[in-house]
Design a protein around this ligand. Structure first.
Ligand SMILES: [Zn+2]
Length: 103
């Protein structure tokens, strides 16, 4: 008597927490390369808002923010200081000067 072994292949998708390497973009401060930035796929695919803001550093250490779309493509890059708009003294001086220029 033979037994047929039923080999059932599990077809369920194995989810591996993958990492994606983003394309290199020029640093807005020094024009150097911001490259080799890796992100967890989930942080993009499960993001509620796109583009996703990814903090990164250029080869010279400038802090930048990458705007990444769902295709893991860097759409834009900005210096980190410009994205985080805190009521800094500089901006209020700028506003005052523009206000003065209007006269
Ligand atoms: Zn830089």
């Amino acid at each position: 008597m033979r037994r047929t072994l039923q080999c059932r292949t599990l077809n369920s998708e194995v989810t591996i927490v993958g990492k994606k390497t983003l394309n290199a973009v020029p640093c807005p401060i020094c024009n150097g390369a911001v490259e080799g930035i890796t992100v967890a796929e989930e942080s993009i695919t499960e993001a509620k808002r796109v583009p996703v803001l990814i903090p990164a550093k250029c080869s010279k250490g400038h802090q930048v923010v990458l705007f990444v779309d769902k295709q893991f493509t860097v759409r834009d890059v900005e210096a980190a200081g410009q994205v985080v708009t805190e009521g800094s003294d500089e901006s209020s001086v700028d506003k005052a000067q523009k206000w003065m220029d209007g006269f």
